[in-house]
Design a protein around this ligand. Structure first.
Ligand code: NBP
Length: 484
């Protein structure tokens, strides 16, 4: 009977899939679930029962799973990105009918999504690539969702997504139809690149306060908690404050954060963001610095050897006034973060232009305000900036941000200078400052670079005082002059 069929299906019941399925069921949409390893199906069914007898049914084979769904069928895939998605599609697609829809909710490379969407369209199937952000907690309580692809596919599950996404009072559900093709996965990729930048900048603030300022973990807890009540209010600052509260069970008296090895893992979306920035000729130095910092963190043995060769400069620099340092670092963190977001938004804008996606930049900031890892009060300001001017060339040119940057500039410079003198690397804050200083200058030394290019490669140059392309025999003229 039609009434017994589930509204939607989900396959891939690891961390994300299991929690998103329970979230969807909790919002009142009967859901069927399936996973290659069937123990996870039973686990999810047991959780659905324990968490309030939620309308979720588990299936141990793909055929009965597909037959349990209302038509047109909608199935969300939350399997590992890459070949696992192709294999899951190969299992499910032959069981589907024309008009049914597959939704890849993983962190997939956007071109894979476009390739699969084309292949599905040839079989009469619909396909969406949907970024899902918020980790385990977000998936269960309300993530930020970034669906992209065919608009009719989005229409098939919009009601489910509007209820399942994080809800931000006064701003609505953290979901929107992002755009066609691989737009959803591309936006999620850049979201993750921005997340890399945010995490690196926070880590640099922590390093400065601890290494140069001498703040203890309880001090750091207080500072980050305090920051989380102001302009820096965000999920990442909030969890950072909490991390400093956690003691280590294995070495009583120690804080766990001090026992965590200083090597950062990664899954690839940050690297893709930097690669895409380069492909699009968009400068993204803060995000690139965050990626480089992860690469350098992996060189633990080499760093230990280098630390013995080059003694730390921090001790020699002396201790600055703590209260002043905390206030300066707060301002530097904010200003550096604005530059990082300006870079991320510019990547999105450039890609949207190249692909004709029509991304609405303010809407991207809006759907990141809740549920996701980069959720922050600050995104309100970005949304407002694009409301004032949808075609804004850079966030730095928005009147509100311009004023904030001017107010924080002096503190930001003091912090970067202090770090440089103390020998404490702040690659993200310094990259943001260099980006700012390069962007705000009407005239750069690029004239000399172009002259060099014309000198050795006859690449021509433009002039400041008349139109056209020019070439000069630099070496000939220089030789003649040196003979004078
Ligand atoms: P994983 O990325 O760890 O993937 C595990 C799932 O993929 C399991 O259900 C597994 O089935 C399935 N799978 C694999 Br692996 N190979 C398969 C194959 N050949 N055929 C069918 N199924 C296969 O899970 P996750 O951490 O929940 O993430 C899911 C997606 O969401 C990923 O793309 C991830 O990048 C993205 N994401 C994750 C997070 C997060 O915080 N974890 C946040 C945002 C987005 P099995 O049980 O049979 O092995």
């Amino acid at each position: 009977m039609e009434t017994e069929l589930s509204r939607i299906g989900l396959t891939g019941l690891a961390v994300m899939g299991q929690n998103l399925a329970l979230n969807i069921a909790e919002k009142g949409f009967p859901i069927s679930v399936y996973n290659r390893t069937t123990a996870k199906v039973d686990e999810t069914v047991a959780r659905a029962k324990a968490e309030g007898d939620l309308p979720l049914r588990g299936f141990h084979d793909p055929h009965s799973f597909v037959l349990s769904l209302q038509k047109p069928r909608v199935i969300i895939l939350l399997v590992k990105a890459g070949p696992a998605v192709d294999q899951t599609i190969a299992t499910l697609a032959p069981l589907l009918d024309r008009g049914d829809c597959l939704v890849d909710g993983g962190n997939e490379w956007y071109e894979n999504t476009e390739r699969r969407a084309e292949a599905m369209a040839a079989r009469g199937l619909l396909y969406l690539g949907m970024g899902v952000s918020g980790g385990e907690e977000g998936a269960r309580r309300g993530p930020s969702l970034m669906p992209g692809g065919a608009a009719p596919a989005y229409a098939l599950l919009e009601d489910v997504l509007l209820r399942t996404a994080a809800q931000v009072p006064g701003s609505g559900p953290c979901v929107t139809f992002v755009g066609p093709g691989g737009a959803g996965h591309f936006v999620k990729m850049v979201h993750n690149g921005i997340e890399y930048g945010d995490m690196q900048l926070i880590a640099e603030a922590y390093d400065l306060l601890r290494t140069v300022g001498g703040l203890s973990n309880p001090d750091l807890h207080r500072v980050f908690s305090d920051w989380n009540r102001g302009e820096l209010l965000s999920f990442l600052v909030e969890i950072t404050a909490e991390i400093f509260l956690v003691n280590d069970d294995l070495s009583p008296g120690d804080h766990l954060v001090d026992r965590v090895l200083d090597k950062t893992g990664m899954k690839g979306t940050g690297k893709w963001t930097v690669q895409q920035a380069a492909e699009l000729s968009v400068a993204a130095p803060t995000i690139a610095a965050a990626l480089d910092a992860r690469f350098l963190s992996a060189l633990k043995e080499d760093r230990v050897a280098a630390a013995a060769v080059f003694p730390p400069a921090a001790a020699a620099a002396g201790r600055p006034d703590k209260e002043k340092l905390v206030d300066d670092v707060r301002q530097a963190l904010y200003a550096a973060k604005v530059c990082s977001y300006a870079q991320g938004m510019n990547i999105l804008k450039a890609k949207s232009k190249e692909k004709g996606w029509g991304l609405r930049m303010g809407e991207m900031a809006r759907i990141w305000k809740g549920g996701c890892i980069i959720r922050a009060k600050f995104l309100d300001r970005i949304e407002r900036a694009y409301e004032r001017d949808a075609e804004l060339g850079s966030l730095l040119l928005d009147s509100e941000f311009a004023q904030e940057m001017a107010e924080r500039e002096a503190a930001w410079r003091r912090v970067v200078c202090l770090a440089v003198n103390a020998g404490v690397g702040v690659p993200g804050m310094a990259a943001s400052l260099a980006y700012f200083d390069t962007f705000r200058r009407a005239r750069l030394p690029a004239n000399l670079v172009q002259a060099q290019r014309d000198y050795f490669g006859a690449h021509t140059y433009e002039r400041t005082d008349r139109p056209g392309n020019f070439h000069t025999e630099w070496s000939k003229i220089a030789a003649e002059r040196s003979l004078l």
